[in-house]
Ligand binder design. Structure first.
Ligand code: ASP
Length: 327
C-alpha cells in the first residue's frame, strides 16, 4: 500500500463551533483523519501536526518552515505523496510558495473545507479522501503543487479563492481545471509545466502589496520605504495604470533600487505598458516598474520576495515574472 504524509496546518477543516456558535481551531490532524471513511483502504497515512491555526497566520516565515518540512518528508523515497490540510483564505498563496520552492515530481496536494467539522455536511472528510486518492494516483506525478476541493483539482499557479463561502469556491480562470476527481477515477486535463525553483531564503525580504486607489499619494510609498520595505506590488487599474500623483514616489523608489511590480485589479488578462498619459503604464515602465503580466497581487508578492532573495536587478526580476507567467 502506498504511503502518504498528511501535514495538518489548521483552517476551517480543523475547526468546530464554540458555545457561541463561532468556529475555532479544535481538531488535530489525527482526529481529522478519523473522520474520513475508508481512508485505510486507499493509503497508509502518516500525520505531521505542523500547526492548528487559521490561515491568516501563514506568514512568509511560516511558509519557509512549511516548505522545509515538506522537503524533509519527501527525503523518504518511500513516500508517494503529500497532502496538506489548510485554511481556504490564504491557501492559494501557500500552494504557490511550495510550487516555487519544491522541486520534486511526487504529488503535493493542498485541501481544505468551507464548512467546519461541527457541520453534519462538512466538506472536509470528502476533500481529504479525494486528496489522498490524488496523492496515490499514478498519473499525478509531475503535476506540481495542486489544490483540491469539491472534486476539482487546480494548479497552484492559477487557482484563487473566488467565493467567500461556497464549497465550489476555487477557480482557475481561463486556465481551467488541472483535473477532476470523479468517483471511479481521476481525469487529468492539462500537463504541468514547472517554472524556476528558488532556494528557501534565510531572511525573507519585506515586500508590501498595496491596492492603488484614485487620489493615492506618493507619501505612502515614501513612508513604507522609510520603514524598511524592500519591494512593492501595486495592484493598479486595468492594463496597469495608476493615479498621476503616484509617479513621483514611484520614480523615487525605483531610483533607490526598490522594485515595484504592477498587477491589476482586473482578475483576468495581462498588465502591459500601453498608455502614455500621466499615470499610464507606458510611463510607469519608463520609470522602472516591473509588469507582473497576469499573476495575482498575492502571488506576485511571494514571487517578488523569492526573486529579491536572488537578485536586485530590475531586468532580471522582470524576466522572472515574464517566465513564470509564460508557462
Ligand atoms: N475561512 C477559513 C477557512 O476556510 C479560515 C482559514 O482560512 O483558516 O479555512
Amino acid at each position: 500500500m502506498k504511503r502518504v504524509i498528511i501535514i495538518a496546518t489548521g483552517g476551517t477543516i480543523a475547526m468546530k463551533k464554540n458555545d457561541l456558535g463561532e468556529s475555532v481551531p479544535a481538531v488535530s490532524g489525527r482526529e481529522l483523519l478519523q473522520s474520513v471513511p475508508d481512508l485505510a483502504n486507499i493509503a497508509a497515512c502518516e500525520v505531521v501536526e505542523f500547526s492548528n491555526v487559521a490561515s491568516c497566520n501563514m506568514d512568509p516565515q511560516t511558509l519557509v518552515k512549511l516548505s522545509a518540512v515538506v522537503q524533509q518528508c519527501l527525503a523518504d523515497p518511500g513516500i508517494a505523496g503529500i497532502v496538506i490540510t489548510h485554511g481556504t483564505d490564504t491557501l492559494e498563496e501557500t500552494a504557490f510558495f511550495l510550487e516555487l520552492t519544491i522541486e520534486d515530481k511526487r504529488p503535493i496536494i493542498l485541501t481544505a473545507a468551507q464548512r467546519d467539522a461541527s457541520e453534519a455536511d462538512s466538506d472536509g472528510p470528502r476533500n481529504i479522501k479525494n486528496a489522498v486518492r490524488v496523492a496515490t494516483d499514478p498519473d499525478a506525478m509531475d503535476r506540481g503543487v495542486m489544490v483540491l476541493l469539491n472534486e476539482e483539482i487546480h494548479c497552484a499557479r492559477y487557482v484563487t479563492k473566488a467565493h467567500t463561502s461556497s464549497v465550489a469556491s476555487f477557480n482557475s480562470g481561463p486556465f481551467g481545471l488541472l483535473g477532476y476527481c470523479d468517483v471511479d477515477r481521476i481525469n487529468w486535463y492539462h500537463p504541468h509545466k514547472a517554472g524556476r525553483f528558488f532556494a528557501l531564503p534565510e531572511k525573507v525580504p519585506k515586500v508590501i502589496p498595496l491596492l492603488v486607489f484614485t487620489g493615492m499619494e506618493s507619501s505612502i510609498l515614501r513612508h513604507l520605504i522609510s520603514q524598511g520595505t524592500e519591494g512593492f506590488v501595486l495592484e493598479a487599474f486595468g492594463r496597469g495604470n495608476m493615479p498621476p500623483e503616484l509617479e513621483n514616489g514611484i520614480e523615487w523608489a525605483c531610483q533607490k533600487g526598490i522594485p515595484i511590480v504592477i498587477t491589476s485589479r482586473s482578475p483576468d488578462g495581462r498588465v502591459l505598458p500601453i498608455y502614455a498619459y500621466p499615470g499610464g503604464g507606458a510611463r510607469l515602465k519608463k520609470l522602472g516598474c516591473i509588469f507582473s503580466e497576469g499573476l495575482s497581487t498575492a502571488k506576485s508578492r511571494l514571487l517578488l520576495m523569492l526573486a529579491l532573495s536572488v537578485t536586485r536587478d530590475f531586468a532580471e526580476i522582470q524576466a522572472i515574472f515574464s517566465q513564470e507567467v509564460a508557462l
